[in-house]
Design a protein. Structure first.
Ligand code: 7RM
Length: 490
């Protein structure tokens, strides 16, 4: 089981219990921004009072060198154990379907799901997708900025690049406000050729200003990638122009923890891109957009994104809960003649060129007076206003219309909240999309609640907008302070 350093001790404990972990590998601490994350202390807290009886040993890597407690018999320093063993260490043969790892992903409500990946299929799929989509050359330096505890870090920092013998660059920690140009320094210093990041990071770069990348030599870049959310065309164009020097193709890659690897994506040089579209399914992937009966919808009509046939990297089950696996992914759309479709939980439409446009999670769709509105479309309209840095849109129950649109908006550095701007933004949405999408309410905020991988947690905003208590799992929140602040302002 893999686990990322930002989680609380409680979240760590729950996941170790669920996975029946026997051994924990951790470090004394980890660097993040200007601070040390006390990793070992968190592990101690999670294991306190024999809370996880399955854990027999804890292996500790020395990194930050601050003082920690070592429990004799249970805890071992990595460097001590390493000193006593031979450097010759043959690999353990594994069965192709042996469990490789469990990665927990938060469901839209309640208990996180332990997504199970296995040895051969996952490795094959991350190998081939890395090779074809990032067009890796022997001399390339490849940098994926993801947190290694996110599936993107697993598949496209570790397994895919390493099985290809690629040079993969890892950056420890997160860019900090005191050094806004550090991402571009890393590219310049190491001559990065392929750069893979998330729309949330791109929007943060835009907010900091193009002065920083413009002051560095980014000419080594050949290919850019994006993952994690639909990218608004505004951000796509900025990425293409400012970072890629209008020279590098952008691969917008759609996939999930559950799919193991990239599923819908351009192949650079072979598939023409359109800003905001992940383009077409990877070879061998039979993706489709269907209605709830499994019938393909007409071009440009919204529907559910599904996959019709298995692929090597697909998850095998939810650890310890095969019933939930079946129910979550295989039963929303009833099987026909014993043929099941994989239900991704995303809304999408396909244009007449066969290009896929991801509209966001189906749980996030807003229904105003019978009209289904994708959150992405309204957010993209808001972000196209020069004052707006980022926006998150949710539905709030409304007696008359069913739901009303509520928008949470962060502003570009030089703009301040005002009644005029509030009205102007509502009007802007009307002129971009139509009166049906007009937000009933706009709330200005300094930051939006996000997961460590940069996904906006709309479920929390939905509760806030409706004035309800926030229920369910919040352990994946990157910064709990953001939520507290939003509650105070409400
Ligand atoms: C890789 C990853 C999965 C969800 C997925 C989508 C959204 C990811 C894109 C995207 C539009 C993209 N795994 N998503 N990539 N939406 N365009 N290129 O993010 O398990 O953490 O999330 O992320 O909603 O279902 S994940």
């Amino acid at each position: 089981m893999w686990f990322f350093g930002g989680f609380s001790a409680e979240a760590l404990r729950d996941r170790m219990i669920d996975a029946q972990a026997k051994l924990v590998v951790t470090a004394d601490g980890g660097w993040r921004k200007d601070a040390i994350v006390p990793l070992k202390a968190q592990v101690d807290k999670a294991l306190a009072d024999g809370a996880v009886p399955s854990v027999e040993n804890v292996l500790v890597v020395r990194r930050t060198e601050q003082k920690i407690q070592m429990q004799p018999g249970r805890d071992h320093w990595w460097h001590d154990l390493q000193a006593g063993v031979s450097a010759d260490c043959p690999a353990e043969p594994m069965d192709s379907e042996d469990l490789l790892f469990i990665l927990y992903t938060s469901g839209s409500t309640g208990k996180p799901k332990g997504v199970v990946h296995t040895t051969a299929g996952y490795n094959l799929y991350t190998h081939i997708t890395t090779q074809w989509i990032f067009d890796l050359q022997d001399t390339d330096v490849y940098w994926c900025t993801a947190d290694v505890g996110w599936i993107t870090g697993h598949s496209y920092i570790v397994y895919g690049p390493l099985s290809n013998g690629a040079t993969t660059l890892m950056y420890e920690g997160a860019p900090r406000a005191s050094n806004p140009g550090c991402t571009w320094d890393v590219i310049e210093k190491h001559g990065v050729n392929v750069f893979y990041t998330a729309p949330t990071a791109i929007r943060a770069f835009i907010k900091m200003g193009e002065h920083y990348p413009n002051a560095r030599n980014l000419s080594s870049l050949r290919l850019l990638g994006t993952v994690g959310e639909p990218i608004n065309p505004e951000a796509w164009m900025w990425y293409y122009r400012v970072i890629g020097g209008s020279r590098c193709p952008i691969v917008d890659t759609w996939w999930q923890t559950e799919t193991g690897g990239i599923m819908v994506t351009p192949l650079p040089g072979a598939i023409a891109t359109k800003p905001g579209s992940a383009t077409r399914p990877f070879p061998g992937i039979l993706a489709d957009v269907v209605d709830l009966d499994g019938e393909p919808v007409a071009d440009n009509d919204g529907g559910y994104l599904v996959v019709r046939y298995p692929w090597p990297g697909m998850m095998r089950t939810i650890y310890g809960d095969p019933e939930r696996f079946r129910h979550t992914y295989w039963e929303h759309i009833p099987p026909r003649n014993g043929h099941y479709l994989y239900f991704a939980g995303d809304g999408a439409r396909r244009d007449p060129d066969g290009y896929f446009w991801i509209m966001g999670r189906v749980d996030d769709v807003i229904n105003v007076a019978g009209h289904r509105l994708g959150t992405m479309e309204i957010e993209s309209a808001l972000v196209s206003h020069p004052a707006v840095a980022e926006a998150a849109v949710v539905g709030k129950p409304d007696d008359l219309k069913g739901q009303e649109v509520v928008a949470f908006v962060t502003l570009e550095g030089s703009h301040n909240p005002s009644d005029e701007l509030n009205q102007a933004l509502k009007q802007h949405v009307v002129s971009e999309i139509g009166a049906i999408a007009r937000p009933g309410e706009i709330r200005f905020t300094d930051a939006l609640p996000k997961t460590r991988s940069g996904k906006i947690m709309r479920r929390l905003l939905r509760s806030l907008a409706a004035g309800q208590e926030i229920l369910g799992d919040t352990s994946t929140l990157e910064d709990r302070g953001v939520l507290d602040k939003l509650r105070e302002d409400a």
